[in-house]
Design a protein around this ligand. Structure first.
Ligand code: SF4
Length: 677
């Protein structure tokens, strides 16, 4: 099994042996799935990833009670109604009861037990879904803009080629269907013949012959491999963070001519390891549409054959391009392609789009983008997003596109249904008008981190809402309340929520501490840089107040926070912070900082409070104030009755605390901090 451009033999990691011995992703999981153990072996866990599942355990609980996360692979975020309904049902029956939209436009179900894994996975496949290749060392979910513009040929091509490129690189092993569907091959859509033919075409050594995996071979890729495709100007996909990015190029008549190609982006890194770093993709060239499959195979083959298979921290394609330089990389790609790439075509400026709210889709129908905080589709207190979405999908059978910033976009909506959809959402406590969202929340992203991710060093999804509330409160006090910028948070440096290209990136660096990254721009075309290694979460206000004060004082007109940090530079930011007197930039008309107090609330109470605030359209502090006033009033009345009763009985007065039911306070560590007054 040798391809024609033999790269030199090199040392490889143990994982390469696991892949080689897996018999094209079959073992040891096929065998271990049948035993009574509640988990897979270390080798099994590695192969399981290729099937779209991670073995996890709840880090909030003592001991290891294993469960599994399943991630769907749906190019361009396409979730047909039948699949959404299946996922909604499966997480209730076998998972944690909620769904997690990911930053690569898939859904995750957490909390599945090993004995249920086969049932859940096979149900996903039988309902037009797949998890094959959602994780593991191969091409991951292909991203594309979620906007379903029917009158924009470039968007239509982006969707079409997201599917085709994903199909080209879909693993061909029979293992998936053998293991999870007892050999039954369930096909949701016929593969395009030109894709089939392109997969087998041996363009200058890109293909292994007579093996199950013509493109990947038995070792698959050195590491994960990420692709996106978009249209000129639309950077909703964070194109600079991908291993390969394609940009649709059409002619004046709207016909597809070819694609601009970028390569070498990637964000994962390791703390205190300078050899690992976030990297922005380079512009590689342009390719005619007839050559796009061979070009992608040429890039994949270059990384497959020359990527580092020994040091997994150096195995992403960004390191190969960085080590070689763009010219050498381009030359090798041209060798596999059989011809040089054409020059990169000029593009307009990029814009970051989130498509929230109502839009015309160009054929008389509407599409509707709904913000999903941290991508979590759940029911919690008065906030019933999961129920509402299920009712809407059941009622109207709408397809869905997940967006790259873990929101949900419904489309094919008859304009006559708009009011009913809004009513359903409103009745379930869901804010559907983007103008009512806190813009900091709207443009934020967080990875799941604790308690399920074994790599998390800090909280992410569970604390981002309270961190954003605190940042917003700080901005309010400083007279910057209308400012917004892109905030992204992850629990470790792997960067799943792409924090290094956010204007303000918070990257877990220890228990309740974060590395702070600053200086990216609002359209995600420039990387941030690490400003500090460890900001304790409790010091968020004192840390950011000087930075915001400097921003307020010296920004240029319309300049964003990220652009400001980049322009003035970190030396200036640090010098200003050191000389800044805390509190001096607070606006006089608002409550001075010293008069503000913090109160801690348990997470579930805070979630209810927030949901009520949204539903009633009243600020959270107003609801808390009213509730406390009512409590004090009732307490006074009770006290009066007690004193009166005891006076009547002629006994010593009993303390109020003994007469009332006082709930034991929740320890601060288990609570969410909320600025209430
Ligand atoms: Fe886990 Fe780290 Fe990814 Fe967050 S960024 S989900 S903590 S691996």
């Amino acid at each position: 099994m040798v391809n024609t451009l033999d790269p030199p033999a090199r040392r490889v990691s143990r994982l390469e042996g696991i892949k080689e011995n897996s018999h094209f992703l079959r073992e040891p999981i096929a065998t271990e799935l049948e035993n009574d153990s509640d988990h897979f072996s270390k080798d099994g866990v590695q192969i399981l990833k290729f099937h779209g599942s991670y073995q996890q355990f709840n880090r909030d609980q003592r001991g290891k009670s294993y469960s599994f996360m399943l991630r769907t692979r749906n190019p361009g975020g396409f979730i047909p109604a039948v699949l959404y309904k299946a996922l909604d049902r499966l997480t209730d029956d076998y998972g944690s009861g909620n769904l997690r939209a990911t930053t690569r436009q898939g859904f995750q179900i957490h909390g599945i037990l090993k004995q249920n894994l086969k049932t859940v996975l096979s149900e996903i496949v039988r309902n037009m879904g797949s998890t094959l290749g959602a994780c593991g060392d191969l091409n991951r979910n292909v991203m594309a803009p979620s906007a379903p513009y029917k009158n924009r040929p470039d968007y239509v091509y982006a969707w079409e080629y997201a599917d085709k490129l994903a199909d080209l690189l879909t693993p061909q092993t029979g293992a998936y269907y053998e293991i999870w569907l007892d050999g039954e091959k369930v096909i949701s859509a016929e593969e395009d013949p030109e894709v089939k033919e392109a997969r087998q075409r041996n363009s200058h050594g890109t293909v292994f012959t007579n093996v199950e995996e013509p493109i990947y071979g038995e070792h698959y890729m050195p590491r994960k491999f990420k692709i996106c495709i978009t249209v000129p100007g639309d950077n909703s996909v964070d194109i600079y963070t991908q291993d390969v990015g394609f940009v649709v190029i059409t002619n004046d008549a709207g016909e597809l001519e070819g694609f601009n190609v970028l390569a070498g982006g990637g964000l994962g890194r390791t703390h205190n390891n300078e050899a690992t770093f976030a990297r922005k993709a380079d512009e590689i060239g342009y390719v005619d549409k007839a050559d796009v499959y061979d070009l992608l195979k040429a890039i994949v083959s270059t990384q497959r054959d020359y990527g580092d298979r020994f040091n997994r921290k150096h195995a992403r394609m960004k390191y190969l391009i960085n080590d070689w330089g763009v010219e050498k990389f381009r030359d090798q790609v041209a060798r596999y392609l059989g011809k040089p790439l054409q020059p990169f075509r000029p593009l307009p400026d990029w814009k970051y789009e989130d498509y929230l709210g109502w839009h015309e889709q160009g054929d008389g129908k509407l599409f509707f983008g709904l913000s999903v905080e941290n991508g979590r589709v759940k029911d919690e207190g008065a906030f019933q997003l999961k129920k509402a979405l299920r009712i809407i999908i059941d009622r109207f059978e709408l397809p869905m596109r997940l967006t790259p910033n873990h929101n949900v976009l419904l489309y094919e909506i008859d304009p006559a249904w708009q009011d009913e959809i809004e009513s359903i959402l409103g009745e379930h406590g869901v804010v559907f008008d983007p103008s009512q969202l806190n813009p900091l929340t709207r443009y934020s992203m967080a990875c799941p981190a604790l308690p399920t991710c074994s790599l998390a060093l800090s909280e992410s999804e569970r604390v981002l809402p309270s961190m954003i509330d605190r940042i917003q409160a700080l901005l309010d006090r400083m007279g910057l309340g209308d400012e917004h910028f892109v905030i992204r948070m992850t629990g470790c440096p792997n960067g799943c929520a792409r924090p290094y290209i956010a204007e303000l990136g918070l990257v877990g660096s220890g228990a309740e501490a974060y590395q702070v990254w600053l200086g990216a721009c609002p359209n995600q075309t420039r990387l941030s840089k690490p400003y500090t290694q460890k900001m304790p979460a409790v010091e968020l206000e004192t840390f950011f107040e000087p930075l915001f004060a400097y921003f307020k004082q010296d920004r240029t007109k319309g300049e964003s926070f990220g652009d400001f940090c980049d322009r003035v530079g970190f030396d200036q930011l640090r010098a200003f912070s050191e000389s800044y007197e805390l509190g001096s930039a607070m606006i006089a008309s608002k409550s001075p900082r010293k008069n503000r107090r913090r109160v801690s609330l348990p997470d579930e109470v805070y979630a209810d409070l927030k949901a009520h605030s949204n539903q009633e359209d009243r600020p959270m502090n107003q609801i808390v104030k009213d509730a406390l006033l009512m409590y004090f009033k009732e307490k006074s009345a009770t006290e009066a009755v007690v004193v009166e009763t005891e006076a009547l009985l002629n006994t010593e007065p009993t303390s109020v605390a003994e007469t009332m039911s006082i709930t034991e306070a929740t320890p601060i560590a288990e609570t969410t901090s909320a600025e209430l007054i």
